[in-house]
Design a protein around this ligand. Structure first.
Ligand code: FES
Length: 137
């Protein structure tokens, strides 16, 4: 289950790394300019996910070092921040720990052993006014 099904075909991509650069069932931090993106690989399902690396709880650049897993009956992929264990859906970016935090999620695709991340976040984290939902702190 990847999030690329929700990605328009016109999505611009940037090269992130090679498949072998990402630990199985773990994450890495990919830098794009001043932006940090957490990239995760779930080896059992060979699924890839990307989110902003910033945890909105105490604004730590930490999510790429978080523990990955799944939540609920739907086995929703998630990451838990290594600082205070707040967890976030890797599909929606919603906080699964009961708070109103929201992180950006990005599409990921793999081609010929190379991993690409969409330059724009998936738009499900935009509110009715067209603005990104604020990351509470
Ligand atoms: S800084 Fe991530 S849970 Fe607190």
């Amino acid at each position: 289950m990847n999030n690329t099904e929700m990605t328009p075909s016109s999505t611009p991509w940037f090269f992130a790394c090679q498949v072998g650069d990402v630990p199985r069932n773990g994450g890495v931090c990919v830098k794009r300019g001043t932006e940090q993106i957490a990239l995760f690989h779930f080896a059992r399902t060979d699924s890839w996910y990307a989110t902003e690396n910033l945890c909105p709880h105490r604004r730590q650049m930490a999510l790429s070092r978080g523990m990955t897993g799944s939540a609920g009956e739907m086995q929703e992929p998630k990451v838990a921040c290594p600082f205070h264990k707040k967890s976030f859906s890797l599909l929606s970016g919603k906080c699964l720990s009961g708070e109103h935090y929201q992180i950006k999620v990005y599409p990921v695709k793999v081609e010929a052993g190379n991993v690409y991340i969409g330059k724009d976040p998936i738009r499900q984290d935009i509110d009715a006014s067209g603005e990104y939902l604020e990351c509470a702190s």
